[in-house]
Unconditional design. Structure first.
Length: 85
């Protein structure tokens, strides 16, 4: 048995494949809109990704509600630290 940092068994439990998009403190709504599109998320799922985390920064665009069976999506404006992401 080989355990990951979170205690999961790396030999039997699938690893999380995550896409992390960050714009820092700027506004980059075009990028956020693109990763929010159904075509992007379906392609990400087809490539084996199961989670999308988006830091929106100062942008005004808010992600749509999508089917979490396709991709688990989390978004936020800013955080003091991205260490846990």
């Amino acid at each position: 048995q080989i355990l990951g940092k979170d205690g999961t068994n790396l030999l039997t439990e699938p690893a999380e494949a995550m896409i992390f998009v960050t714009v820092g403190t700027t506004s980059f709504d075009d990028l956020v809109k693109e990763v929010d599109s159904p075509s992007f998320q379906e392609q990400a799922k087809a490539l084996g990704y199961n989670r999308l985390v988006v830091q929106r920064g100062r942008g005004t665009y808010r992600l749509s509600q999508r089917d979490p069976a396709i991709l688990e999506v989390e978004s936020f404006d800013l955080k003091p630290s991205l260490e846990d992401e």
